[in-house]
Ligand binder design. Structure first.
Ligand code: UT7
Length: 346
């Protein structure tokens, strides 16, 4: 008997959505209580404001809203698997994804969290692609959600300036590798020797939280991370393009993790992707961690800035260190709701 070899199944983009908290914290508001200024933050990062979650909301609440928007946009309103990329889960245990699935009416779905910090969403896309290829899933809701406002210290002017809260999501369905929307040419990598560069020191098994004074706040060695970010984002994007046999000049829209505008411009420049193809929204909502790539996609799609047939490059980097990239041809999708009203263009 000849074995039956099934046709390869790709993960195809079928819907997207995003959600950010209403509360806007401007640079001036930060400068009113910390030793910083609008000028410093804009010049060094490109960020003008960020969103901060309501005290009553946890990461799951943001994830449920973004997930609902993506499910709705996908038409079918359902998924058999829910992946949540986050570094700010509701609790250390259990994972947050099953709770999110349950509240989205998807109880029974496979659901788990993915911890790859700011690269988490691209790692989750790759995981969903693998599950679909293996026949273990047919329709996957992939969410990136983070509430950095809960882990950054109240006096940390550097990280308070950069990070914001938010959630973005996509629905991936099983489809054909040749059809528009099929995710392809993944590149993933990590370098654990950089483990100390981005960290929450206490609260895990190495340094449990044992009482007052435990260092539970997020810490980042910004300047070193900056250098790694530029190198790794550029190398990873190049690896994806090589795998797809594409030149940087053939990228129509470049959607990197929204780390810092200077990093993004430098990566686009090093790659040779023209600056006007860079999709960025960090002037509005800052760096939203695992949510930043899907939120940038949802924002751009809702404003008609992603057109069917365009080659789109996704690219992310963060703590671990971990990074990843992939490519897709933008599919024809129904118009999608705006994840937030735009306040400004710069
Ligand atoms: O999302 C995960 C990946 N994350 C990233 O990719 C972030 C990468 N790093 C960065 O984006 C940048 O390193 C930062 C935005 C974090 C910092 O910008 P920088 O240009 O690298 O500044 P720096 O850390 O070298 O600091 C320059 C100066 C320092 O003062 P001195 O030592 O020169 O006197 C800082 O203390 O700026 C000071 N500084 C600030 N000043 C005003 C740091 N934060 C602030 C602030 N306001 N918010």
């Amino acid at each position: 008997m000849n074995p039956v070899i099934p046709a390869p199944r790709a993960a195809v983009l079928a819907g997207l959505g995003g959600w950010v908290p209403e509360r806007v914290v401007t640079n001036d508001e930060l400068a009113a209580r910390l030793d910083t200024s609008d000028g410093w933050i804009r010049t060094r990062t490109g960020i003008g404001s960020r969103r901060v979650a309501d005290p009553a909301d946890a990461t799951s609440d943001l994830a449920v809203r973004a997930g609902a928007a993506a499910l709705d946009h996908s038409g079918a309103g359902q998924a058999d698997t829910v992946l949540l990329a986050t570094v700010t889960p509701d609790h250390p245990c259990p994972a947050t994804a099953p709770d999110v699935a349950d509240r989205l009416g998807l109880s029974g779905a496979a659901a788990f969290d993915i911890g790859a910090v700011c690269a988490g969403f691209v790692y989750a896309l790759a995981t969903a692609t693998g599950l679909i290829a293996a026949g273990a899933a047919d329709r996957v809701l992939v969410i990136g959600a983070d509430t950095y406002s809960r882990i950054v210290g109240p006096e940390d002017r550097g990280n308070l300036a950069i990070f914001g809260d938010g959630a973005g999501a996509v629905v991936l369905r099983a489809g054909d590798p040749d059809e528009p929307g099929a995710l392809a040419a993944f590149d993933l990598g990590s370098d654990g020797s950089g483990r100390e560069l981005i960290t929450v020191p206490a609260g895990g098994s190495r340094r449990p939280v044992t009482g007052p004074g435990a260092d539970v706040h997020f810490a980042m060695r910004g300047r070193e991370v900056y250098r790694h970010a530029v190198t790794r984002l550029t190398e990873s994007a190049r690896a994806s393009l090589d795998a797809a046999g594409l030149l940087p000049s053939e990228v129509d829209r470049f959607v990197p993790h929204q780390a810092n505008l200077r990093i993004l411009r430098s990566v686009a420049d090093d790659l040779g992707v023209p600056a006007d193809r860079l999709v960025t929204n960090l002037h509005e909502i800052g760096n939203t961690g695992a949510a930043s790539v899907p939120l940038a996609l949802a924002d751009a799609a809702a404003h008609g800035e992603l057109t069917a047939g365009e080659t789109v490059l996704l690219n992310a980097f963060g703590g671990g260190l971990a990074w990843g990239s992939c490519l897709l041809r933008w599919p024809k999708l129904p118009s999608s709701p705006r994840p937030y009203p735009r306040r400004s263009t710069t």
